[in-house]
Design a protein around this ligand. Structure first.
Ligand code: GAF
Length: 380
């Protein structure tokens, strides 16, 4: 258990008195790259999480942090830049809190996690939310979960350099066992949708590859969307983000927007609509329609948004050949996982065929995770 390892390490490095916190990674059933366009998403927190043990150390501003999984220590002042890449997440959360008026002093901490890195399951949001939740609690800062999610997102923007939407941090902070979250990423209104797909299982297959500098490609996608929205806005001032646009509005600017930006925007507008249809189907227990929409999302992400890759497309093809109900690339893309909605009776055969054929083709052993929907950030 990660928590036992963390507690023992904390005790050996910093003594007694540490408090333990956790915050999970997430899946997203459908609604990809819609969050930063003000659209809708359908994530759920999972049983893979980051954990940290923490206590104030009596100094004004010294932070001592130990990463169990990397066996690395970093020490920095709240005004210095941390040396380690992972230190930026902790530092960023502190600073975003301080910008919002929080008084934070020095602390010691040890952390670890079992959210696979670079797999599209949002390990970084889990880390931000875990530290956000922990610092909020030990210093009684009074932030609510909405603010904690925004603090995590701002950390990505300002200290990591990824101009992400709010989905990952929101799911990590608001996750609820057995439910997905239908989130309006503009108003942050949300609804829990019980997820108990009888007769089906939700499975992730991790390609175990991460292509490109995903953060710069991600930021470029966001820019394309903002560009397209700005052209549409010239004729339709009410269009703040692509969430407000229709395909007809986009068609009006076909000769002004670059072909690439057009394609990106087309995907997003379609995906927002698709997410709505899938959500209605989900509420009726119509998993066949949900699955169909997932395949459509994959095609869009692969051909129009161009965030898939050979490995992900391969796994998606195998899913289709095996009669899997729904399958698609999940999260930011350029590697990571496919999410698959599979009938119980097909599950074992599909996993066997997908893992064997993937390994044969790419000489990489993929990893398989059965999804369990769990609670969000909390004290343990
Ligand atoms: C990443 C981002 F962090 C999210 O905000 C979201 O945009 C997702 O990619 C794509 O849907 O996980």
């Amino acid at each position: 258990m990660k928590t036992t390892v963390i507690s023992e390490k904390f005790k050996s490095l910093f003594g007694d008195g540490g408090q333990l916190y956790t915050s999970p990674g997430r899946i997203n059933l459908i609604g990809e790259h819609t969050d930063y366009n003000g659209g809708f998403v359908l994530p759920g927190a999972i049983d893979k999480a980051m954990y940290c043990m923490i206590k104030p150390n009596g100094t004004e501003d010294r932070v001592r942090a130990y990463a169990v999984d990397l066996e690395e220590m970093d020490e920095f002042g709240l005004d210095d830049i941390p040396i380690k890449q992972w230190g930026k997440y902790i530092f960023g959360v502190c600073h975003e809190m301080m910008k919002r008026g929080a008084k934070i002093k020095g602390f010691d901490c040890v952390f670890a996690g079992d959210v696979p890195l670079g797999a599209g399951m949002s390990s970084s949001a889990a880390l931000e939310s875990c530290f956000g939740f922990a610092l909020n609690d030990i210093y009684s800062l009074g932030f609510d979960r909405f603010e904690l999610a925004k603090i995590g997102q701002a950390t990505e923007h300002n200290y990591v350099g990824v101009k992400c939407g709010i989905m990952d941090q929101f799911a990590s902070c608001f996750g609820k066992e057995g439910s997905l979250i239908r989130l309006d990423c503009r108003s942050l209104e949300y609804e829990y949708i019980p997820f108990n797909p009888e007769g089906y299982r939700l499975v992730l297959i991790n390609t175990c590859v991460a292509h490109e500098l995903a953060s710069s490609a991600y930021n470029k996608r966001r820019e394309s969307c903002e560009n397209a929205a700005s052209y549409i806005r010239k004729y339709h001032p009410e269009v703040e983000l692509l969430r407000d646009a229709t395909i007809d509005m986009l068609k009006e600017v076909v000769n002004e927007v670059s072909a690439e930006d057009y394609m990106r925007a087309e995907f997003v507008i379609e995906e927002i609509q698709r997410m709505d249809e899938a959500c209605d189907a989900l509420k009726k227990g119509d998993y066949e329609t949900v699955g169909k929409k997932m395949y459509e999302t994959h095609i869009g992400l692969s051909r129009k948004y161009e965030v898939s890759c050979e490995e992900l497309d391969f796994l998606n093809d195998v899913a289709r050949q095996c009669g899997v109900t729904g399958s698609r690339v999940m999260g930011g893309g350029f590697g990571g996982c496919t999410i698959n909605l599979v009938k119980n009776e097909l599950h074992d055969g599909f996993i066997k065929r997908a893992t064997e054929s993937y390994e044969q083709k790419f000489r990489i052993k993929p990893k398989v995770y059965d999804v369990v929907i769990k609670d969000g950030a909390r004290k343990l």
